[in-house]
Write a protein that binds this ligand. Structure first.
Ligand code: SF4
Ligand code: MG
Length: 329
């Protein structure tokens, strides 16, 4: 069953000369227990997308102007803030790149975790504290009976991220959104945190939306991937298929810049240029200024999405015929 579906979603931000469309007609879906990676450079709209699912966009600056976000068929876009508060942290939990922004620096770990647990259950303080200690142990924190008595700043970045994961798991969410969960950590700790997230996911069957710029993280963690560029999804499909046979020149370019996909000794490429600013998105293909396969038509006509079967779709003029608008706008 589909847990989360995003249909033709568009998000606009207020700009100095009128609204700018930062997310432009994206569609994706996530099944129960599945992990979907949203990958792209900064400025692609991936974090804005994840915040919109949580309805955490700054209301005075940003608005969902088109489309819908549904959790088990129920529109989140239409919920009141009070109703949304019940969804947030309860059915959907989120972890961020920098756990210090989500943890309260003046309260001990145990108190924060205990409060999170009690918000979503009728447990007594004593029971919640016992569960907090169990959870800390479960996320691989040594000596959890002692860690409940420390403040966030007394922990390393990796330990803080484990605490955040424990907080997210405390409410047993159906969906976990992780926005660059390992980006601030060094490589060994990154691998440990990814292992932990995979383990919890297996044990609990939690679905995950993983936002990252790192294709290595997607390869290790995700079942499917959506590649975002300049506010649109340009390619999506099964991770193995997309990584083995990328169809979009942008996906291919991203893969060439990751050592583990190019093979030892091969030169790494990074894609020259930058994602255009949302106020300057071109009329044709938004990747045209950086694309090595650019053709005349690319700058004039916005490419439609082409379907390669099994949910593998790509928005690019290189593939004629078999046009579809389902899934990619
Ligand atoms: Fe490149 Fe053209 Fe495809 Fe855009 S539509 S990615 S410019 S080939
Ligand atoms: Mg981001």
């Amino acid at each position: 069953m589909t847990l989360l579906s995003i249909d033709n979603l568009a998000i606009e931000f207020a700009g100095p000369s009128g609204p700018v469309r930062v997310v432009d007609g994206i569609s994706l879906s996530l099944g129960e227990g599945e992990t979907l990676g949203i990958v792209g450079e900064s400025g692609s709209g991936k974090s804005v997308t994840s915040l919109s699912v949580m309805r955490l966009l700054p209301e005075d600056q940003a608005a969902i102007v088109q489309g819908d976000i549904r959790l088990r068929g129920q529109s989140l876009v239409r919920l009141s803030e009070a109703e949304m508060r019940k969804v947030r942290g309860n059915r959907i939990a989120m972890i961020f790149q920098e756990p210090m922004t989500a943890l309260n620096p003046v309260f001990k770990i145990g108190r924060q975790l205990t409060e999170a647990i009690r918000q979503h259950s009728r447990k007594s303080k004593r029971e919640a504290r016992k569960e907090a200690i169990e959870l800390l142990g479960h996320v691989g924190i040594p000596l959890p009976e002692q860690i409940v008595n420390v403040y966030p700043h007394q922990l390393s970045g990796g330990m803080r991220q484990r605490v955040m994961i424990a907080m997210a798991m405390a409410c047993d969410p159906e969906l976990l959104i992780a926005d660059e969960p390992t980006t601030a950590l060094d490589v060994t700790i990154q691998a440990q945190i990814l292992d932990l997230m995979r383990k919890l996911q297996r044990e609990r069957g939690t679905a995950m939306l993983l936002i990252t710029h790192d294709l290595g993280v997607v390869a290790e963690t995700c079942d499917r991937v959506s590649v975002m560029y300049a506010g649109q999804i340009v390619e999506q499909g099964d991770v193995k298929t997309v990584f083995r046979e990328p169809k979009h020149p942008y996906t291919a370019g991203l893969l060439k810049s990751v050592p583990q996909f190019t093979g030892e000794g091969k030169e790494l490429h990074s894609i020259a240029g930058q994602v255009p600013h949302p106020s300057e998105f071109p009329a044709g293909c938004r990747f045209a200024s950086r694309c090595p396969s650019r053709m005349d038509v690319c700058e004039k006509v916005d490419p439609a999405a082409y379907d390669f079967g099994d949910g593998h779709r790509c928005k690019c003029h290189l593939y004629g015929g078999r046009e579809t608008n389902a899934g990619l706008a």
